[in-house]
Design a protein around this ligand. Structure first.
Ligand code: ADP
Ligand code: MG
Length: 327
């Protein structure tokens, strides 16, 4: 099973940024509203994610590192309507198989925290007492220390950190109520305060996407039965190539979806008569039964059961926003 973990790690753990994504998603799943991410040397020497979520009970700590140990699916039917971000129960096992991982956690019911440690293929099964407030800290040291081929593929600290920063931006855009702090080598690089009202939310989007984007973006609020599209698209009057500013979310999960990306371009092309690659931040919410999220281990891809319907819906929503600007 340990070898299986290392093989699986290849799918889930591409680089430090993928570790950060998995750990932060776990923190979100645990109901945290404050998440601190500390990085050293682009994540190669240290990735630490600390949250104030509900924690892991002492008795489940060791199990959390075991493959396919997920507390999030009680029976297989849940797969169809999965709402929580994590659901495969392999992230922690995979990460620990290619690093030195320390998991420290305390639940509300416990008066003290407990800690487990795993190093590559060996897991220390003794649970030690530790000091920690309610919540969880996962520390990942020396990523890929035992897989030199993988370690060789790591880019410069700066590049790896840029990928981590991008992961945090993407998550912070969708989770505006959650406070995030990101540090690199001891310096605070990003600090997103919890945004609770519309003005604060807009401020967060501006902080992440730039004031320019928000000042010139068209807001979208579009509904049809169970489908809901919201967010911002760049105004064509303020058009510039912004391929990098393409953020889409399905039920709060960041995705890279061909249907969505293609539809947005097509809507612009239809409306303006020429090809455009606009910047956008879009949130699509729909009945979870209408979409498969379990397509790929990194969970970037989704499959809509009625992709034609989704395409038409998004297209109409964007054209509506574009034409409201003309009015
Ligand atoms: P998954 O998220 O798919 O369930 P993971 O390997 O990411 O699998 O995590 C395994 C289990 O460890 C989770 O199901 C959860 O019970 C527990 N866990 C991991 N991280 C946290 C956290 N930050 N807070 C609370 N529980 C956590
Ligand atoms: Mg997970």
């Amino acid at each position: 099973p340990q070898l299986a973990n290392q093989i699986a790690a290849g799918e889930v753990v591409e680089r430090p940024a993928s570790v950060v994504k998995e750990l932060v998603e776990n923190s979100l799943d645990a109901g945290a509203n404050r998440i601190q991410i500390d990085i050293e040397n682009g994540g190669a020497s240290l990735i630490r994610v600390r949250d104030n979520g509900f924690g892991i009970p002492k008795a489940e700590l060791a199990l959390a590192l075991a493959r396919h140990a997920t507390s999030k699916i009680s029976h297989i039917d849940d797969l169809d309507a999965i709402l929580s971000l994590g659901f495969r129960g392999e992230a922690l096992a995979s990460i620990s198989s290619v690093s030195r991982l320390t998991l420290t956690s305390r639940t509300q019911e416990q008066s003290e925290a407990w800690q487990v440690y795993a190093q590559g293929l060996e897991m220390e099964t003794t649970v030690k007492p530790a000091s920690h407030p309610v919540g969880t800290t996962v520390e990942v040291e020396n990523l890929f220390f035992n897989t030199p081929a993988r370690r060789k593929f790591l880019r410069s600290d700066k590049t790896e950190f840029a990928h981590i920063d991008e992961v945090i931006r993407r998550i912070a855009l969708a989770k505006s109520a959650i406070a995030f702090t990101l540090t690199h080598n001891g310096k605070v690089v990003r600090q997103y305060r919890s945004a609770l009202d519309d003005a604060q939310k807009l401020k967060r989007v501006a902080a992440i996407c730039g004031d320019d984007f928000i000042r010139h973006a068209l807001q979208i609020q579009w509904k049809h039965e169970d489908l809901h599209l919201s967010g911002w698209v760049a105004s064509p009057t303020f058009y510039r190539a912004q391929n990098d500013l393409n953020y889409s979310y399905v039920n709060g999960r960041m995705v890279r979806d061909k249907v969505i990306n293609h539809t947005i371009r097509q809507a612009y092309a239809e409306y303006l008569g020429n090809e455009q690659y606009p910047a956008f931040v879009l949130f699509l919410d729909l009945n979870p039964n209408e979409v498969d999220v379990n397509v790929h281990p990194t969970k970037h891809e989704v499959r809509f059961h009625q992709s034609r319907l989704i395409h038409d819906f998004i297209c109409q929503g964007i054209i509506n926003a574009l034409s409201s600007e003309q009015a």
